[in-house]
Design a binder for this molecule. Structure first.
Ligand SMILES: [Zn+2]
Length: 205
């Protein structure tokens, strides 16, 4: 079992390699590694990230097969199946670090802002279920002076959405709450910059 602080340091180091264009090419995803993990896994971090094609967790953290337990969904929202997936990995594999990974210019956050500013009837019920989960985090921001500054509004909305998801994981599950209190499980929030490639761990660290 890898303690949360060590897991976090591994992610930071991997992201530094990614940003420096110094990723460990094939070793972590080669045949030898595949054989090593075929019989079992011990992922050192659970990542709840956005489905955006530009933010694949394994690449931006420079990790290989068996390293990360990754859950991806548009807007890195927390619905019951996401909580269940985190519970599963934390209990079964004793993974002690959970990262909610949002990113700059997130399409799901932008769609929610759009919907709040100019409601439409056309949205499908399924897409609406995602927007509805992002909505509470951004609604409050529209009441502030941020609404006059589109760029700042999106930036803050992305972070607010990450904070809410991290909070829901910390407090929305008896299983996770117990692991946090008794087993050293840590939930942190982070934002990936599409522009620089840097992951900023800004919540819960
Ligand atoms: Zn996104």
């Amino acid at each position: 079992m890898i303690p949360a602080p060590e897991a976090l340091e591994r992610l930071r180091a991997g992201n530094r390699r990614f940003v420096a264009d110094a990723r460990r090419r094939d070793a972590s995803a080669g045949q030898a590694r595949r054989a090593e993990v075929a019989d079992g896994q011990e992922p050192f971090a659970i990542i709840l990230g956005c489905a955006d094609s530009r933010v694949p967790a394994e690449i931006v953290f420079d990790q290989g097969l068996g390293d990360l337990f990754v859950i991806r969904v548009a807007g890195n929202i927390v619905a019951p199946s996401q909580i269940g997936s985190v519970e599963f990995a934390a209990e079964r594999y004793h993974t002690r670090l959970v990262v909610v990974l949002g990113h700059s210019r997130c399409g799901a956050v932008l769609a929610t802002l759009e919907e709040l500013q100019r409601p439409t009837e056309r949205q499908s019920r399924n897409l609406r279920s995602i927007v509805d989960r992002v909505r509470p985090s951004v609604e409050a921001l529209l009441q502030t002076k941020l609404r006059h500054d589109e760029e700042a509004l999106v930036r803050e909305a992305v972070r607010a959405n990450v904070r809410v998801s991290a909070g829901q994981l910390r407090h929305g599950s008896d299983v996770l709450e117990q692991l946090i209190q008794e087993q050293g499980l840590v939930v942190v929030g982070a934002e990936y910059s599409l522009e620089t490639g840097v992951v900023d761990f800004f919540d819960g660290v």
